[in-house]
Design a protein around this ligand. Structure first.
Ligand code: GAR
Length: 188
């Protein structure tokens, strides 16, 4: 059975969606969720799903690389960033080259980079009167949102759409395509 771990910083609706997808299929084991935010709702979701959630500090992540050691022990086939907001240090990229993927809620290279996450992305899309937005699933490198693109899917943005409307459309795409893409990568 393939093993994955997930990283999240906030609500964790993608974590829950991915967990339910693979629970049904029974082909992939989620070894754990790693969370940098002690107040994130994803912690409660993990509790309800029966998935171990490891909450960690900046020091454990960047300085003493405790989290990297834990990942080495877990030996995941894929590390999935599902709404995770910290930059991944290069030691992780070197250790797990081509095994770390991220989802971004826009059509990169547009609306990417530091500070471009969640609502900020959708508000910028609306402010710039874009006619479309969407999702980008990509490999992770040392720079925010710059790794090789694996999949992009777009959705229409209507002139009357609010940032929340765009967020809802983008989330819908994420729930369909993120688990599928993970599945495909694990079976490639
Ligand atoms: C998702 O829309 C994801 O694409 C985005 O955060 C949201 C997390 O939602 N990620 C980024 O903005 C990364 N730059 P969730 O916590 O409900 O899964």
């Amino acid at each position: 059975m393939k093993k994955i771990v997930l990283f999240a910083s906030g609500s964790g609706s993608n974590v829950e969606n991915i967990a339910k997808y693979f629970e049904e299929k029974g082909t992939v084991e989620i070894k754990g969720v790693f969370c940098n935010n002690p107040n994130a709702y994803v912690i409660e979701r993990c509790d309800n799903l029966g998935i171990p959630c490891r909450v960690f500090s900046r020091n454990e992540f960047r300085d003493n690389l405790e989290i990297l050691n834990e990942l080495r022990e877990l030996k995941p086939d894929l590390i999935v960033l599902a709404g995770f907001l910290w930059l991944i240090p290069s030691a992780y990229i070197q250790q797990f080259s081509d095994k770390i993927i991220n989802i971004h809620p826009a059509l990169l290279p547009k609306y990417g980079g530091k500070g471009m996450y969640g609502h900020h992305v959708h508000q910028s899309v609306v402010d710039n009167k874009e006619k479309e937005s969407g999702i980008t699933i990509h490999y992770v490198n040392e720079h925010y949102d710059e790794g090789q693109v694996i999949k992009q899917v777009s959705c229409k943005v209507e002139p009357s759409d609010s940032a929340d409307d765009v967020a809802a459309k983008v989330h819908e795409l994420e729930y369909i395509y993120f688990p599928q893409t993970i599945d495909e990568l694990l079976n490639a």
